[in-house]
Write a protein that binds this ligand. Sequence first.
Ligand code: GLP
Length: 254
Amino acid sequence: MSTRQSPWEKTLILSRNSPVPLYCQLKDILKAAIECGKLKPNDRLPPETELAQRFQVSRMTVRQALIELENEGFIRRRQGRGTFVAEPKFRQSLLRLTSFTEDMQARGLKPGGRVLSIKVILGDKDLMQRFRATPDERFVRLERIRLADGEPMALEISFLRRKFCPGIEEIDFTDQSLYAILHEQFGLELGWASQTIEAKLANEYEAKLLGVQVGSPMLLMQRITYLADSLTPIEYVRSSYRGDRYQLYVEVKR
Ligand code: GLP
């Protein structure tokens, strides 16, 4: 086994006298190496046994440090292939009503979308309540995978009130912005939205489509969007964002 040290390890010795547990010290060293760019996205970390030997700690200590780094989204373990530095997270502001397309463009990334299905449906009890709709109202259900530079970021299911955008189900939404279409083709001006965010774990379906492990962290954002000139709700969306790639950001004032 190679004992050659990477530059980020050279001068770093864990202190056994410190009140900070060894696994926390090791975690901080690896985290600092990632944050300052000495370890880059997709760099492979040495195997657990090698890290244990280099830092003179047990494998349990190494494992504990790696579990925490993974939970915080700094590294990703790939079955049978090893442990790699994760891509940095996207910071998503919560203050503006923006579209996925606008968010990606603002970051200089190419937005994309793969349509999984689009169909006209009658609302169930939940939809009728959310939209305060009558039982005969029709909705368009659009399910898409959202991509940033070709990488899957989110699974999104949008419900639209068809009476405001009749025929929208005929549109091919591959790599197309829903908000742009609502505005340009149907003359709809979006005004504001109410949004909730909660933590969840990726189920099998989401994991397969987003290329993550079953049980990995996800952010479920649910939005109801209203038209600008009224209190009319027009879309209800359930977006499941990859928790390893997204961080939500808001500035607060006292
Ligand atoms: C984001 C929001 C969704 C919204 C979508 C529209 O992903 N979370 O609520 O429906 O943007 O994006 P686009 O116009 O790119 O299709």
